[in-house]
Design a protein around this ligand. Sequence first.
Ligand SMILES: [Zn+2]
Length: 259
Amino acid sequence: MQTTNYVYVLNNMVLTDSEGRWLFTENLVSQEDVRAVYELSLQPEYPVQMLVLDSLINGLQNDVLTLRQMLAGADDRVFQLLARASQLATWQHDHCFCPRCGTGLIQHEKDLAKECGNCGLLQYPRLSPCVIMLVSDGDYCLLGHGHNFVPGVYSTLAGFIEVGETAEAAVAREVFEETGIRVKNVRYFSSQPWPFPHSLMLGFTAEYASGDICIQPEELADAQWFHVDELPDLPTSFSISRFLINDFIRSRGRVPPAE
Ligand SMILES: [Zn+2]
């Protein structure tokens, strides 16, 4: 018999105790304090319930660790749990009324969805697909510095997929819009749920085809070609951007830098 674990959320925040723990083996709250319950784990042999609260109770806090701090160093299973908890909490918090008729939504009995009791419209948790891509040209890769980045840090380019667009087309469009570079040989790499607040990052590699760097100043502060032996400061180790860059480094026979 597997023990159920519990994660508690309030508004769009995953709560911790005073020591930063957020996954609990015991149920800390009574039924009347729980507004909604979601199954968090995607592995049936490892049940984890997410309990949505109306207020802080029992020593739980919302200001001990940020989500980024919780995700740092997380293994795949923990990352999945936290990403799902945060995205479901945001959806639970932000989607309260029917977008068609304005009636308050209620939890669907069986599905992970909310239902309008008036017109019947179903609302599912929101996912925003993004592409993120490592563009290479021999031993060089194209990285950008965003306006809100930590100084000195460069990352792979990224952007949201437009309605009606394929992911591959989005890769080519985003790279061209942000840097003026045309790419070829767009290849899928891997994906990562990115709970800031509800993205699904689809990672790709692509090769330089033509053009000179001409940045779109609203999107980027800078973009440059970096040689594999002269890379700038890189994004956090748990991001797919870093996985793409590390893969580029390894594919050129080098060893990725430690954290
Ligand atoms: Zn409705």
